[in-house]
Design a protein around this ligand. Structure first.
Ligand code: 2HA
Ligand code: ZN
Length: 273
């Protein structure tokens, strides 16, 4: 069996390709990472050939000793399915959470995603606040969501309400809402700090005029979250193009979802009763 036949590696490759087919990954846009489970790590020890340690660019002590499957910097998500060994990598985080080393993949050279600080800081937060349940961090550039960041005020409440109101499934799929990061320089620690701060509360963090990050338990749920957010954004773009809302789902309607769907929506996103 090859590394690329291992179940979680196949899941990663499948998700990268699905995102590419959706049109969310022009050129080298977007990136994906997966926190590997301990039993999966022991399954793949034989494939590992550690290279040199390199700085992560931030500090993630909560991820000391963890392994991540990540997309490669400058690599095209559309090429992952055809050539996984040259477009993705397995990395190990050191015992301080300050350095990483590639242990498999990127065979012709290269580095992990340019957004590694954001991915790992998001993982660190999500591992803590979900008791280890969340394992996938996904960054993509879906056009409708990005378009909305040029039109709607850039705050958590406006985006949460806009997305919730455009599809009844939305408050069920992301009941905690979405957070918004204003335009910032991508790729560094500063934007990673802002994004991971939002991940304390939300599973979705929008980067204005750029894209968004989603966090989830597995590949399907995280891809589905991105897909749901973008579908809702697409409906919002259509509604705005038709002159805006004439009617919508109300705050009291949202409250009615609590019983049948077992969700409690934060009152900060609802109108006072
Ligand atoms: O190129 O999307 O944010 C990957 C990116 C950077
Ligand atoms: Zn990006």
């Amino acid at each position: 069996m090859a590394m690329t036949d291992i179940t979680f590696v196949r899941g990663f490759i499948h998700m990268a390709n699905e995102g590419y087919l959706r049109g969310w990954h022009e050129r080298n846009g977007g990136n994906l990472s997966y926190r590997v489970k301990p039993d999966e790590v022991s399954q793949i020890r034989d494939y590992m050939a550690p290279r040199k340690w390199a700085p992560i660019g931030t500090c993630v002590p909560g991820l000391a000793g963890e392994f991540f499957l990540v997309s490669g910097s400058g690599k095209f998500m559309g090429n992952v399915k055809e050539d996984p060994a040259n477009t993705i990598a397995l990395i190990e985080v050191d015992s301080q959470g300050e350095n990483y080393r590639i242990v498999w993949g990127l065979e012709a050279g290269g580095r992990p995603t340019s957004e590694l600080p954001s991915h790992l800081m998001n993982h660190e937060v999500k591992k803590r606040v979900t008791n280890g349940a969340h394992r996938v961090i996904y960054h993509a550039h879906p056009a409708n969501l990005i378009a909305l960041t040029f039109v709607l005020p850039l705050d958590d409440r406006t985006f949460t309400r806009a997305l919730w109101e455009m599809a009844t499934e939305c408050p069920v799929v992301f009941p905690s809402g979405v957070g918004v990061v204003p335009w910032m320089v991508p790729g560094g620690r500063e934007i990673a700090v802002e994004t991971s701060r939002l991940m304390e509360t939300y599973d979705v963090a929008i980067w204005a005029h750029h894209g968004l990050f989603c966090s989830g338990e597995d590949f399907d749920l995280t891809f589905g979250l991105m897909d749901t957010v973008e579908k809702s954004a697409e409906i919002m773009v259509k509604v705005l193009s038709m002159g805006g809302k004439r009617q919508t789902i109300t705050s009291d309607n949202f409250r009615e979802l609590a019983g049948p769907f077992g969700i409690t929506l934060p009152e900060k996103f609802l109108d006072p009763q």
